[in-house]
Design a binder for this molecule. Structure first.
Ligand SMILES: Nc1ncnc2c1ncn2[C@@H]1O[C@H](COP(=O)(O)OP(=O)(O)OP(=O)(O)O)[C@@H](O)[C@H]1O
Ligand SMILES: Nc1ncnc2c1ncn2[C@@H]1O[C@H](COP(=O)(O)OP(=O)(O)OP(=O)(O)O)[C@@H](O)[C@H]1O
Ligand SMILES: [Mg+2]
Ligand SMILES: [Mg+2]
Lengths: 169, 149, 149, 169
């Protein structure tokens, strides 16, 4: 599979609905300090199920656009991930032999609720894990490296490092 | 399963050493169990850059540690085949020569999987197929597609 | 002594805010005791970049955290007057604009105290009075004085 | 005061005796990854009394030049710091109303010993601390920032951060 598109609204510094298409090859994300690059990284981690502590927040509600100085805060944060299904890797989740060129995984939080969606319909966290696993995506895997975390594998205690290899085998 | 773990370890170690040699232009690296054969013991990283005495991993420089970590991550990928890498400023500690080596390797992986990299480094951006610029105005972020030519 | 601590805290806080404003071109910052008046409680850093809502310190970006940390270190220095700064790659997370701002501030401090900075960044080196190049050959390091013109 | 000179031999990757003069103003240290820049930083931290764990080593003996692939290891590591005394800040340690334009602080380790020196004569660690303090040098202070440690003050727990201010006041 590959990421076709990321759609965010109300997530961290992305106040309004923002659509970001992704393509094959090497894409770089650039911009000044504090612009929102790592927030975009967090959005992708968030929709794939990472916890608030891995997203530089103490609680999920801190992920909702807080208004800055000039705006009012958002009511909710939502991120939808569009994943390519042209190789049919997700077909078994689509029901009744149907297929689709792409699937969507979403996650929405308000100050008091947190929901996951698959193809726009509510689903459980466990189902999201299962869907991602079908495409060999591990939200906690070594393919998603947050800022400052590249040497984490070096600093890890050897048993935790071996557990990473357990996950892989 | 003990057998499957040891098989994975062997396969990943071969890749780790190969990728390490490419990033360091020599030297050797390996992954070993603290207690050989005991799959519940920890996993050690042995990294030996060219012309240096293999040493405590901590005494490697910032840039050397980044390259060792990248070699490990890429070695896992050769085994796992995840559909994308999303890497936030992994080039921060690298000098120009090593940014170039790492970027060439990322460009190579980008032929087979999706690679998304956040970077402040012009040399990294030079290797990209496309770029998105993120800007902030009045506390709100916006994303623009940039022309790389 | 409680009095002396509170006096130090007040003096350092004034400097912290002033230096923060210069590095961020606006905004406000302060240092506060977790429990006001209780000098055994922890010290909180409140950092509020321009046009942003003051937020959890952790949610500041890598570059913003570097600047906040630098402001804190410089604020302590205004009070302590140590004879030198020795800083190893503190500019790693900064974009070009912020490297320039930080380097100008370091250049300013360098008039009053000795400042020694390790850096890969050309913009940082551009602000230096002199440079030493460290090279390694066959596992041995050597130091050469470099001509900065 | 200021640092006039740092002389290292056998310390980490500095096999032979290396003399590095320092001057007023802003000095940058540049070079490729793994060249030895942070090792030079470590040498200065070492002579001022920092522990092996703060110098990227498990034990002091790992600080001795290990030979690399092509050379034999050194027997000992020594670093001598030459500090300016033209403002007489160190006079009270020089004895009998004498003075000198600069003072030297040294630290030498072998595989089995560790010694500090002041003006070439053996002294205690406590004396080194006292001498440095006279010049407002704190080896564990915020004026000496190791690679990757700039944001340590941000990540510290608030009580440890307040203790830094205790030290200052
Ligand atoms: N919930 C939120 N609402 C509004 N703004 C937020 C929220 N959470 C974080 N921010 C802002 O986002 C900014 C950080 O953005 P981000 O970490 O993405 O920067 P960056 O582009 O990665 O910068 P750097 O190059 O320094 O790493 C902070 O200034 C913070 O105030
Ligand atoms: N005791 C020792 N004997 C010989 N070499 C050593 C010793 N300790 C460390 N080294 C070598 O020094 C090198 C690291 O040097 P250093 O950390 O100073 O690099 P650096 O110039 O700061 O690089 P970077 O820009 O990546 O931070 C390592 O490759 C390590 O093998
Ligand atoms: Mg960032
Ligand atoms: Mg270094």
């Amino acid at each position: 599979t590959r990421i076709n598109k990321v759609v965010l609204s109300g997530f961290k510094s992305f106040q309004k609905k923002t659509v970001i298409p992704f393509f094959d090859g090497l894409t770089t994300i650039v911009g000044e300090n504090g612009a929102g690059k790592s927030n975009l990284f967090d959005a992708i981690s968030f929709v794939m199920g990472r916890r608030s502590s891995q997203l530089r927040a103490d609680r999920l509600e801190q992920l909702i656009f807080n208004g800055g100085e000039r705006h009012s805060p958002a009511e909710e944060a939502q991120v939808v991930l569009h994943l390519d299904n042209q190789e049919s890797v997700f077909d078994r989740f689509l029901g009744n032999g149907s297929t689709a060129p792409e699937i969507t995984l979403g996650r929405r939080i308000t100050r008091s609720s947190s929901t996951y969606t698959f193809m726009g319909r509510a689903c459980s966290r466990a189902q999201v894990d299962e869907i991602l696993e079908a495409a060999k995506i591990d939200p906690d895997g070594q393919q998603l490296i947050a800022q400052g975390m590249i040497t984490d594998i070096i600093k890890k205690n050897p048993v935790r490092r071996r557990e990473i290899l357990d996950e892989v085998s | 399963k003990r057998g499957r773990f040891l098989e994975t370890l062997a396969a990943v170690t071969v890749q780790f050493d190969r990728i390490f040699k490419e990033l360091f232009q020599g030297g050797t690296a390996s992954l070993e169990l603290e207690t050989p054969g005991d799959i519940s013991s920890g996993l050690l990283i042995k990294a030996h850059p060219p012309e240096k005495e293999p040493h405590v991993l901590d005494s490697l420089s910032g840039g050397e540690q980044t390259l060792v970590a990248a070699a490990f991550i890429f070695a896992l990928q050769e085994y796992q085949h995840a559909p994308f890498f999303i890497l936030d400023e992994i080039d921060a500690a690298l000098d120009l020569m090593n940014v170039t080596r790492l970027s060439r390797m990322l460009r190579d992986y980008a032929k087979r999987l999706q690679v998304i990299v956040v970077s402040h480094n012009e040399e990294t951006v030079r290797h990209a197929d496309r770029a998105y610029g993120v800007t902030m105005k009045n506390g709100v972020s916006q994303v623009l597609a940039l022309n790389l030519n």
